[in-house]
Design a protein around this ligand. Structure first.
Ligand code: DGP
Length: 116
């Protein structure tokens, strides 16, 4: 989408601290980190949120690849031993503010549960 900020990051049109990139996904550091490691993992194909992937051709494969990609990034960032959390906010109750599906990869400190 032309006016989507994460599409622009995926296309390299606006700067981001990119950790890893593939033809299908990009991982980059969050602008307002909530943990010592806070990386966003996005598909290059635009989905507004995970709910919008339902019923879309090949979305199961795309989301599966995205999760594996995020796990590879976690390994690359040294999070395997301490552990980490992957979460995706969907809609207003979850506080979604950017409407391009993204996984938050959080780690580097003990994370509270349940989340606020
Ligand atoms: P959410 O609230 O789940 O929609 O998370 C959106 C996240 O995106 C939030 O943690 C801040 C981050 N963010 C918003 N705009 C930018 C940006 O331009 N660059 C980067 N790196 N992160 C952004």
């Amino acid at each position: 989408m032309s006016d989507c900020i994460f599409c622009k990051i995926a296309r390299g049109e606006i700067p981001a601290k990119v950790v890893r990139k593939s033809p299908d996904a990009v991982a980059f550091h969050d602008l307002t980190p909530q943990a010592p490691v806070h990386v966003l993992v996005i598909p290059t194909k635009h989905f507004a949120a995970v709910r919008d992937a339902a019923g879309v051709a090949d979305s199961e494969a795309a989301l599966g690849k995205l999760l594996v990609f995020a796990a590879e990034v976690a390994t690359e960032l040294g999070l395997d031993q301490g552990g980490y959390r992957i979460v995706t906010n969907t809609g207003p109750d979850a506080g979604q503010s950017v409407h391009h599906l993204h996984l938050h990869l959080l780690g580097g400190r003990r994370l509270g549960w349940p989340p606020g």
